[in-house]
Each structure stands twice: as C-alpha cells, then as structure tokens.
Design a protein around this ligand. Structure first.
Ligand code: PLP
Length: 387
C-alpha cells in the first residue's frame, strides 16, 4: 500500500470529467497559500472577471462554489426558493428530475413540465403554465447531459419576466462548449461545473445571480436552509468585506483560473465552433457505420452525443473493452435510456480531431465495422472548409 496511487492515462470522452490541460494540472500543483492572502484575493477577483466573460454577463454576483456542479445547483435552488414558492421545472432528462427533487426539498410547490427524453421543452408550454398560474421561478436545463438535447432558450427570460417569474438555467455541460449568453437571454440564475467543457478537475463550480436574483435573496423571509451554501454569507467573502465563511479550495481556484484563462485565450466563438465541428465529424463517422443519433440534428448538444449502437451490439461490453483495450472512457445511458444508448462527450480539451478519430477507429474495430469506414467519413467532414 505504501506507494503512490496507480493512475492510468485515459482519453476521457464520457459525460465528464473531460481531459485536463497540462497547464491546468500544473496550476493545481502550485504552493497553497492562505484564503485571505492578498495574492489569493487578486486571483479570486480575476476568476470572477473571467467567469463573467465566459457566462456573457455583467452580474456583480459571479463566483465559484466549493463543490461539484450539484453543489452549485443546490446553491441556486436553496437560495432562490422559499417554502411555498411556485416553481415550474422543464423535465426531459435526469437533471430536470434532479431540479424537481431539489426544489421540493427547498419547500417549493413544484410543477414539472414533462416532455419526452430526447426532445426539448417547448417555450409555449412554459408560457401556458405561467398563464395558468403565476410562478416565482422557472427552471430549465440548457444542456441535458442524460439525453444530449440542447434546450432553445432565446426569449425565455423576457417571457418569464413578463409574468413576474425569475428564470434559472443549468449550463453545466454547455458553458465553454456552446453559446451561453446570459444577459442577452435575461437569465437570472445560472451555474456550471468545472469538469465538463471548462476541462478543469471536478470540485469548483461557477454560479451567477442577476440583480433580480440578488434582490430575491435579500428579501427572503427565512434563512437559506443550507448553511454551507448560504450565498448571503458567501457574498461577503467574494465581495468587498472578505469575511471568512469557509476555507476556499485554494488550489482548485488556481486550476479554474488557468482553465478560464485558456478559454479566453482561445476565444469563446472559436471554442464553440470547435465543439460543433468535432461533434459534426463524430456524428458523420458514427452514422457511416450504422450508429443512430438519438436526438434530432436541430436540438443536438455539441459537447455530448447520445447514440444508439447497431442491433446486436452489447453496449456495456463495448464500453468495457473500449476502456480496457483502448483506454477510452465513454458513458452509458441513464434511467430509461440505460442499455439503449451510449453517451460520447467531446468536451473542452477532449474535443480534438485526434480524440474523435481515435474513438471512431476503436469503435470500428470493436463493432466489426469495415476498417476506415467511420474514420473516413469523419475526416471527410473535417476536411471541408468553413464547417
Ligand atoms: C454533470 C451535471 C450536473 C451535476 O454536476 P456534478 O459535477 O456531477 O455534481 C448537473 N447538471 C448537468 C446538466 C450536468 O451535466
């Protein structure tokens, strides 16, 4: 036992974590300093500034929550929901279901707008629900990682505000991998995670509140039910007071800082285009060997593809051999999609031509497809100009 842990080298092409750039791992290994050290406070300020750029927002309240995406999700729900509030949740996968659970635990009266897994939530359904009975908050998942659907959100913010409701958007899988335009969309609460398209190890999670959301937080009649995730206190650490609440995960913040720096250095638009281009090549390759995309092209989430393997292929055995023989990780289906689809991620540092071609080549070999059939189709697409 008394030796360092044995950690294999993997190509991470599942629903997260994604591969981490060497400079991010290097940032993680720098010397730990104090959470109130003036040098650390500068790093926090820079992280906030970069998060605003990546979220496309001017929200002063923009921070990194200590914990994975679910912690930021719970922070968003627990701080914005008061017992008795009416909350509408779009449910078309695992993460909408999780939001329903969290909102219920926070004491909300929840209406779940359920739609088929693999399809988006129609905006008209949100409008009808608001017209039927006013709500305090509407919750939607932008990138539903369990199904690979990207939810159209243009116009939702204005619609909700017209009806006096705030709007929450889960951007855990879309941030850094597809357009996220919070201020344009008038989103009030948004969170993400580190290990999806930001390509930072899991453990810290972006969270932002609009001024409307901060107002709601400030006018609460009851304390936020979670002490650890109480943003009315945590604001005092990320804000001017710098009041101690809990010890910040110092080195994780270094890693996030470097991850965000790499994103802005690449440029958001370029990064979104890169994710889309590589996803399109993946789709072309898989379709060429008879794998059927689960989601219609119009609603596909570029960072995460769900696809049905050809009949007769045991997806669990396929994933096992992919990992053992090729060191490539992909995901299985969740909930009702278990055994039906596999989930292939091309997120952040994992979204490269090399990774998708390596995956397609291994898939040809493991599924008995003609050698080169998938790779050629993907390469053909990659060779096209301006895709
Ligand atoms: C991964 C994910 C989460 C949860 O994040 P964790 O880091 O696993 O806690 C929430 N929402 C969506 C859409 C996700 O993909």
């Amino acid at each position: 036992m008394n030796r360092p842990a044995d950690i294999p080298e993997r190509l991470l092409m599942g629903p997260g974590p994604s591969n981490v750039a060497p400079s991010v791992l290097e940032a993680l290994s720098r010397p730990t300093i104090g959470h109130l050290d003036p040098a650390f406070l500068v790093i926090m300020d820079q992280v906030q500034e970069m998060l605003r750029s990546v979220f496309n927002t001017d929200n002063p309240f923009t921070i990194a929550v200590s914990g994975t995406g679910s912690a930021a999700m719970e922070a968003a729900v627990d701080n914005l929901v008061e017992p008795g509030d009416r909350v509408i949740v779009g449910v078309n996968g695992v993460f909408g279901t999780r939001l329903v659970d969290m909102a219920g635990r926070a004491g909300a009266e929840v209406e779940a707008l359920e739609f088929d897994w693999g399809t988006p939530i129609p905006i008209e359904a949100v409008e009808e629900a608001l017209k039927r009975k006013p709500a305090d908050l509407v919750m939607l998942v932008h990138g539903e990682t369990s199904t690979g659907v990207m939810q159209p959100v243009e116009g939702v913010g204005a619609l909700c505000h017209e009806h006096g409701a705030l709007v929450l958007l889960d951007c855990v899988t879309s941030l850094g991998g597809a357009p996220v335009l919070l201020d344009t969309w008038e989103v009030d609460v948004c969170y993400s995670g580190a290990q999806k398209c930001l390509s930072v190890p899991p453990g810290v999670s972006p969270l932002t509140f609009s001024d409307r959301a901060v107002e709601k937080l400030e006018s609460r009649k009851q304390k936020v039910p979670s002490w650890y995730l109480d943003m009315s206190m945590i604001r005092n650490y990320w804000g001017e007071n710098r009041a101690y609440h809990h010890t910040a995960p110092i080195n994780m913040i270094y890693a996030l800082h470097e991850g965000l720096r790499l994103i802005l250095e690449e440029g958001l638009e370029k990064r979104w285009a890169r994710h889309l281009r590589h996803a399109e090549a993946l789709w072309a390759g898989l379709e060429a060997i008879g794998w059927e995309p689960f989601v219609g092209q119009e609603y596909r989430l570029p960072p995460l593809t769900t696809v049905r393997p050809p009949a007769g292929l045991d997806e669990k055995e396929f994933r096992g051999r992919l990992l053992e023989e090729h060191d490539i990780e992909i995901g299985g289906g969740l909930g009702p999609l278990a055994g039906q689809v596999v989930r292939v991620g091309l997120m952040g540092a994992s979204s490269t031509p090399e990774s998708l071609l390596r995956f397609l080549s291994a898939t040809e070999a493991l599924s008995g497809a003609p050698e080169g059939a998938a790779v050629d189709a993907a390469e053909h697409l990659l060779a096209q100009e301006g895709v």
